[in-house]
Write a protein that binds this ligand. Structure first.
Ligand SMILES: NC(=O)CC(=O)C(=O)O
Length: 282
């Protein structure tokens, strides 16, 4: 049959899963900053700065910010608050602050996301900074949140934003990190590809809406984690501003995977995830 021979040749070409590398830190504290946002960008940057310093003072070696932390979340605001990240310096005061703090505090920062201007396009972009203050990766939200639920919520991100075109996985002091932004978490294939590429940690900065969000935001995180054998809720919070600190220990990952060896027991002869990006690069 034509369809099965197509699947078989795809399977034959699909690259094997990549083992997780050993990062410099395998046991460390993570700090998640949940922030409220105002219409004053300078204040938002100062506020995020204080939160990052606070998390680092509590021992966090990896600090995360939420989605769109320097701007109100609206199509009217994105063009006004957008920054040219590649130009850096004065063109991007938000990422300049992240770079400065990651270097001064010797931490890795997954910098939530900000509206990014690149030429005549806008993106919803997450920047990852290493302990040397250098930009290690930029993830542009791949799945734009276009939704219309009559009488409840209409939000069409694609009216102003362009979707990113690549998954983003990055090696840092605190491990190999796969990045998604908010709505990206609803697409399990992305998380599975990160796991297959040897990710220790998946980070999804989010700013869920209050119609489709509340029933799902924790469920989605647990689902993506469980699909890929992470799973346990180590720390959580409510709606208010908060800094959550939790201990990460990668040896537990190995232990859980040994105890429940679903990766080895997967029936790749019957079904398989095809990582097109890796496939095309071979
Ligand atoms: N804000 C988002 O990107 C997604 C969201 O609110 C949802 O999936 O629900």
């Amino acid at each position: 049959m034509a369809s099965s021979s197509l699947i078989n040749s795809e399977l034959a070409r699909s690259p094997p899963a990549i083992p997780m590398p050993t990062p410099p830190l395998t046991n460390f504290k993570i700090g998640l900053c949940q922030l409220s946002v105002t219409s004053d960008k300078t204040k938002n940057i100062a506020h995020a700065r204080t939160a990052i310093q606070n998390a680092a003072a509590q021992g966090a070696k990896l600090v995360l910010l939420p989605e769109i932390w320097n701007s109100p979340y609206s199509n009217a605001s994105f063009p006004v608050y957008a920054e040219d990240i590649d130009a850096g310096g004065d063109a991007s005061p938000s990422t300049a602050m992240l770079s400065e703090l990651s270097r001064l505090l010797n931490i890795t920062i997954v910098g939530g996301s900000i509206p990014e201007r690149s030429g005549d396009r806008l993106y919803n972009t997450c920047c990852v900074f290493g302990t040397d203050g250098k930009l290690k990766a930029k993830h542009r939200k791949i799945h734009l949140f276009d939704i219309d639920i009559p009488g409840k919520i209409t939000f069409i991100e694609s009216e102003t934003l362009t979707a990113g075109e690549t998954p983003t996985i990055v090696d840092t002091e605190v491990g190999r990190i796969g990045i998604g932004i908010c709505y990206d978490i609803r697409f399990p294939e992305l998380a599975m590809i990160y796991a297959a590429r040897g990710a220790h940690l998946l980070c999804y900065p989010g700013a869920f809406n209050m119609t489709t969000g509340p029933l799902h935001w924790e469920l989605l995180q647990r689902a993506r984690a469980t699909d890929n054998q992470f799973g346990e809720v180590l720390a959580t919070t409510e709606h208010e501003e908060a800094i959550i600190i939790a201990e990460i220990d990668y040896s537990i990952l190995e232990q859980r995977r040994t105890n429940l060896p679903v990766t080895k027991q997967r029936r790749g002869d019957l079904y398989q995830l095809v990582d097109l990006q890796r496939l095309n690069s071979h």
